[in-house]
Design a protein. Sequence first.
Length: 232
Amino acid sequence: MLAVLGVARSSPVIGPEPIRCAACTTEKLSQCPVVPAGCGQVLREPGCGCCMACALERGASCGVHTAHCGDGLRCTPKPGEARPLHALTRGQGVCTEQLEQVETAVDHDSLQYRLGLNLPLDQPDTAEGQESIKAKVNAIRNKLVQQGPCHTELHTALDTIANSQQTLGEKFTTFYLPNCDKHGFYKGKQCESSLVGPPARCWCVSSWNGKKIPGSADLLGDSECQQEITVL
């Protein structure tokens, strides 16, 4: 499900235009292996591949170079993964269900919506009801801790990549996925990834918001960011 696409992001860092893959010629298509019988879903290969392959099922290992996850699934780092980007580029992610909320006529600013309760707000003030609300609040708080700004952007980037691949058929050789630490914030060094060689470009960012450190130059080779500076 991972495809390769330059993802628009809120950070002021704007990468170069993605490198488009070569066209799938008749000769290339003729060399594609036969898709195994019994595939639940068949999707195009990731990256610059021209062939079709079986989509990965829920719980399967996945990454940038693997086949795509099937419909309703997305490739995400495993919970608690200390190096999410590293894991995804090495096929150590996992196909998980997309928990997309159903679009309904709901007041998104209401307390009921924020707590995720399918209960009327004027329900009796029972001990059971209070415990339910408390549990919901704690769940939201834990989710905010687990999904810091970098994790949130990472999930958005993965969804954007997958949707663009499936609806537009776009395929690229370079792309950007935010590099997050285990707390959900940005690692100081961020890089564009490439399917045809080493990282295309790296730079230093604020760990808090992922914005490039003002006045800093792109990193060369295996250079590391000297220090983390929080840019508000």
